[in-house]
Design a protein around this ligand. Sequence first.
Ligand code: 13P
Length: 249
Amino acid sequence: MALRKLVAGNWKMNGDRAALGELAGIGAAAAGHANVDVAICPPFTLVAPAAEQAAGIAIGAQDCHAAAKGAHTGCISAAMLREAGARLVIVGHSERRADQHETDAEVRAKAQAAIAAGLIAIVCVGETEPERDAGNALSVVEAQLDGSIPAEGDGATLVVAYEPVWAIGTGRVPAVADVAEMHAAIRARLTGLLGAKGAAVRILYGGSVKADNAAELMAVPDVDGALVGGASLTAALFVPIIEATARVG
Ligand code: 13P
């Protein structure tokens, strides 16, 4: 089943108010390619002004707390993000799994909180280089899915992003055959976990997606879009990825 593609930018801890000027060009490209959904996930401080400015693209965040409110100094709830204008939120990014020691159970709880607040949850999974070298990439990702995917997720509320850790920010991408194998395995696991709903959950590829490799990656079966880091920071870099994705359809 061909799903409508989503190209999402993760600005990570980059960007300031001046950078929001990039949203105009990104939004114009999104409006011109109606067969693709486009999102930008800036830092928390920019979610509200981005949502006020953005036309044609959804604004998301990069994390949320699992609780709706309470004594969690420094944290942000999904409902707060929703009120600020976010439509989606990334949870379980490998940088948070590494830096903040987030577990699969915590990632699932965050995804559940996001969905409960009316956000789309983008759940990230992906193996490290030693795990791939040991031949364990599929089993590692399947275990992450088993632990992180919320049972209530469906095609409207849940997106999975496969981001091999060794491909993030390195300029290295897996062979197309390896992307195809992994995305097929993720699809099978999602169907196992969610039943028929799993067929409608979009599976993004992330890790060094650029203008020059986007078309090839987006044409892989069960690649339903991209999660883009560095190349989402400017319209000049991001728009060609949107265009390449739209051509694949
Ligand atoms: P890069 O596109 O910079 O490799 O980052 C990918 C990523 O981590 C997106 O979440």
